[in-house]
Design a protein around this ligand. Structure first.
Ligand code: DAH
Length: 353
């Protein structure tokens, strides 16, 4: 496709050719037509190439002038082409971005609540619905509240029930034994010291034990404490409240069992278990063996010494208390087989809740 001018090239004709080429270039609609344009002007048989090839045939005195101008024109067109190609590519990209409504949306990665937070909130909500309020307390606790006020004086053998992580602490009053709280029960005394009866609170929070871990034991875990103290509270209130809690959190088809247990701050003390076996053939929850029960909390009637310690009159007020491990309740509810999953921070586990 040799299209070079048949007339002898002159500065005027080169300048006209350049102007025409640049006008065409500006009007090009897309990258494909730009390639066409390149072949037409700068290709092996293009106008500019032809122009350069015709120079040797010119009279010698005109070669220099025409040659310089032809080379200039070539550079100008090459640069203009590169610019235009870039422009066209950008425009194409922008048009696609702005207009292609069929592209799939970009996924938004949403965070979510930790499974412990979810189960803690669900349990607290069950008690809120029964008139309890929620309060939190310190994780680094005085020996005084963690043990003494709960009827567990220094040297009491029941201290062995809680393997403690002790903390060195001294203030203006001197050295006071402190520890990472081993349970949320110290908040019982703190709440009662701060207010007159009636009291109805639940206390969620973290606890720590100096213990080896296994599938059912962590050295740090949550507890939810409960306390209700007023005139005329009986063991029937304890049972009714905890039955209702289990019904709300586990649904109506589980059974509940109370057995005698010992905790120094309650009398009588119990533990509460929930039926956990599902017969695969019937889908029902029969109870035939001891293993069909799973223990989920300790509870009892608040010990008169605990009430006296905070200045309540045990002749006038009675109350019940309970304490449970929400991770274990989450494990039962969702079929999680190892408590250590909760704090391994593996998103593949966390994402399932
Ligand atoms: N604090 C006990 C523990 O960590 C659990 C507990 C038992 C709490 C009986 C209570 C209670 O309030 O009445 O093992």
């Amino acid at each position: 496709m040799s299209q070079h001018a048949t007339e002898t090239p002159s500065p005027a004709s080169i300048s006209a050719l350049t102007t025409r080429a640049l006008e065409e270039l500006t009007a090009l609609p897309d990258a494909e037509s730009a390639e066409q344009w390149r072949v037409n002007y700068l290709g092996r048989r293009g106008h500019i190439t032809g122009l350069l090839r015709s120079i040797p045939q010119l009279e010698p005195e005109r070669r220099r002038e025409v040659g310089t101008q032809a080379n200039l024109a070539k550079n100008t067109l090459e640069e203009a082409l590169a610019r235009r190609v870039r422009e066209l590519a950008e425009a194409e990209l922008a048009a696609r971005d702005a207009l292609d409504v069929t592209l799939p949306g970009r996924p938004v990665i949403a965070g979510r609540l930790h499974p412990t937070t979810q189960i803690v909130r669900e349990i607290c909500d069950a008690f809120i619905a029964m008139g309890f309020s929620v309060i939190e307390g310190p994780e680094v606790e005085l020996d005084h509240y963690n043990f003494e006020m709960l009827n567990i004086p220094a040297g009491h053998p029941a201290r062995d029930m809680w393997n403690s992580l002790w903390v060195d602490y001294a203030n203006e009053e001197g050295q006071q034994p402190m520890l990472l709280r081993t349970h949320t029960s110290p908040m019982q005394a703190r709440v009662m010291e701060a207010q007159e009866p009636p009291v109805r609170v639940v206390v969620p929070g973290k606890c720590y034990r100096y213990e080896a871990t296994d599938a059912t034991h962590e050295w740090h875990f949550y507890q939810i404490e409960g306390l209700a103290v007023a005139e005329g509270i009986t063991f029937a209130n304890l049972k009714g409240t905890l039955y209702e809690f289990a019904r709300r959190v586990f649904g109506p088809d589980r059974q509940i069992r109370f057995r005698c247990d010992y905790f120094p701050f309650v009398e009588p003390g119990v533990d509460m278990s929930i039926s956990n076996f599902v017969d695969p053939s019937t889908g029902k929850r029969p109870i035939n063996r001891d293993e069909d029960w799973i223990e989920i909390m300790g509870a009892g009637m608040v010990h008169p010494r605990v009430l006296e310690g905070v200045g309540y009159d045990p002749q006038r007020c009675t109350g019940f208390a309970f304490g449970m491990g929400p991770e274990r309740i989450g494990m039962l509810k969702y079929g999680i087989d190892d408590i250590r999953h909760f704090y391994r921070n593996d998103v593949r586990f966390l994402r399932q809740f």
